[in-house]
Ligand binder design. Structure first.
Ligand code: RIB
Ligand code: NA
Length: 317
């Protein structure tokens, strides 16, 4: 049966410490809580799409270790197809050391491990499923060549692509832009990619126009509490999509919640305007920042107001 959303990307075990602030170099500080969670940008996006009701599959690699075994069970528990989840004894499951401060901000170090061993062979195995999927999503926590190849395979087969260039690299291969139907990044990634600062909506409009010129079909730049800006190649206007204010407890993985939700909307409501999908994805991500953890904070369908899960109704009189 055809899939809605396929994610080719990373899995990480998140090792999270909550502390009043982020430590300085050489400093030891007391935190007040530690927990282990399921993370990695690719898997996060896949889990959020699945929780909204998308039929999903993950193409990834974990280690033949305790964290890897647990991760596969996590996919199963969330109804994600694991036919293309590989396990290797050549590297450990990816891990992320995360510190969250009292403002809900974070600092993260990732050790990608097994994620870097996902390559073209695994993509070839997944090709029959990719061809039939509605949307394919990639990020940059696996080898960039693998991400690019996956996007190109999808595009050749008329599968819609979402590329989230995270974590961003300064000299991103121009082919990534051409392979992206939606190029979706946050303000700091937009800044790194364009080389000019992005701190407000005006900057985001400018950065968005610059990224659009590089050949993607549309650009979404997320701005946290300021919502996002949306630009489409066919339309001249760059649109600001504001969002409702929430009190952030933990913003880790909020961007992934947004991207996963966007993938769900693109698969389920292909005719919905991109700005409406972005408005709804903002609301989904807004729920995630109000609870601790990454995937642990991602809402399910049943946790969301019905208006976020229906096509706007047209009333005939
Ligand atoms: O985007 C958030 C994610 O980044 C975390 O889950 C962590 O694993 C890192 O990959
Ligand atoms: Na959260």
């Amino acid at each position: 049966e055809a899939l809605d959303v396929m994610v080719v990307g990373s899995c990480m075990t998140d090792l999270v410490s909550q502390a009043p602030r982020l430590p300085k170099a050489g400093e030891t500080i007391h935190g007040h809580k530690f927990f282990i969670g399921f993370g990695g940008k690719g898997a996060n996006q896949c889990i959020q799409a699945a929780r909204l009701g998308a039929k999903t599959a993950m193409v990834c690699k974990v280690g033949k270790d305790f964290f890897g075994d647990n991760y596969i069970q996590n996919f199963k528990d969330n109804g994600v197809n694991t036919d293309f989840v590989g396990q290797t004894s050549d590297a450990a499951t990816g891990a992320a050391s995360i510190i969250v401060n009292s403002a809900g901000e974070n600092a993260i170090v990732i050790v990608a491990g097994a994620n870097m061993l996902l390559g073209s062979e695994e993509l070839q195995n997944a090709l029959p499923a990719i061809k039939q999927a509605k949307v394919l999503v990639c990020q940059l926590e696996i080898s960039p060549q693998t991400s690019l190849l996956a996007l190109q395979m999808a595009q050749e087969n008329k599968v819609k692509t979402i590329f989230n260039p995270a974590p961003a690299i300064p000299d991103l291969d121009a082919a990534f832009y051409r392979a992206s139907d939606v190029f979706c990044c946050n303000e700091s990634e937009a800044e790194l990619l364009t080389g000019s600062s992005v701190v407000n909506v005006e900057d985001a409009h400018r950065a968005g126009r610059e990224l659009l010129k590089r050949g993607c079909r549309s650009v979404v730049i997320t701005l946290g509490p300021q919502g996002c800006v949306v630009l489409e190649a066919e339309e001249s206007a760059s649109k600001h999509v504001p969002t409702t204010a929430v009190t952030a407890v933990d913003t880790t993985g909020a961007g992934d919640s947004f991207t996963g939700a966007l993938a769900f909307y693109m698969a389920h409501y292909p005719t919905m305007p991109l700005e409406e999908m972005a408005r709804r994805a903002n609301r989904v991500a807004g729920v995630s920042v109000q609870a601790v953890g990454t995937q642990a904070s991602y809402p399910l369908r049943k946790d969301l107001p019905a208006e976020l899960l229906q096509m706007p109704t047209i009333v005939c009189t």
